[in-house]
Design a protein around this ligand. Sequence first.
Ligand code: ZN
Ligand code: ZN
Length: 362
Amino acid sequence: MPHNPRRAAAVERLAALTETGPPPDSFLVSSLHNIRYLTGFTGSNAALLLGADGEARLFTDPRYTLQAGQQVDCAVSIAKGPLSKAVLKAVGKARYRRLAIEHDHMTLAQFESFRKDLPERTETLPVSGLVEKLRMVKDAGELDTIRRSVLLNSEALEAALSHLKPGMTETDLAAEINYRSRLLGADGPSFDTIVASGERSALPHAHPGNTLIGSGILLIDMGAFFQAYASDMTRMVHIGKPTKTYKNAYKAVLEAELAAIDVVRPGVKADKVDKAARKVLKAHGLDKAFTHSTGHGLGLEIHERPRLGRKDPTLLETGMAITIEPGVYLEGWGGIRIEDTVVVTATGCEILTPTPKELRVI
Ligand code: ZN
Ligand code: ZN
């Protein structure tokens, strides 16, 4: 079997799970993102059985026979019925006794039906985040793809804004963004594009609606998937002359964002980055208006570990791709958020997002 460094790292982590007795001798991976990471398979129905001895077998259905053959570098079983039946059979055949399962990626119903048919002497061990922890640190190929995803996303913003005209609604602009992004090569949006105008920008996850984009605040939070890797960026545009309140709040959020970026480097705890942003907003009397975390990892999913929130003890490592996105939200007035994607480097971090952050007025 070809050596796959990602699967080797997963097996190594499995061997370290000794808190509740001997380590698992096998691992059932159910998350499609984790399966993609460990095998390259992109189909929508799969399970992966990893043995502590390095054996790996992907289970999928007949729709994916050809695709699995092209994408996957381990053994493949095409199951005609439910995948769980085929997995159980393989577990029995390999005489696995301690099977780790992905606690976060199985419903209770799936788990109960699976456990019911397990060979008698096989126990299950719930594990959480084993592959997700590996996925936090990106390799050079992944970083290159994320970089391209981020560049495409920034280009799509400019292309869409060049089509902004009076009479457009939030939905119109969101559709324009998605269209431009797709034309530039995106697989699709990495989350529902947020376009929030005026007071509606006070909703951090506003869904674009039929509100006309008029004079005042315009918040745009957008991301693309490019070759499966996510980008994520928030920019503010002010239509017409901004008020003094807007200018001051914008300045405070930008200062908070830059302060947070400034502390990003290997060995720093994720919550320290969050603290840096909050400290700046507090000095401006705006800390209570900052109601979410400062950022998150991104990669095959738009939200990955680490979470740069108040209590995340994760130590930042070279190769992590994270967002930095402080914001302030004031009911009845509006909101401001500025978000970049950055990569942790040996000496600090590199900001991937090229879109300027000076106060923008249209
Ligand atoms: Zn975002
Ligand atoms: Zn984000």
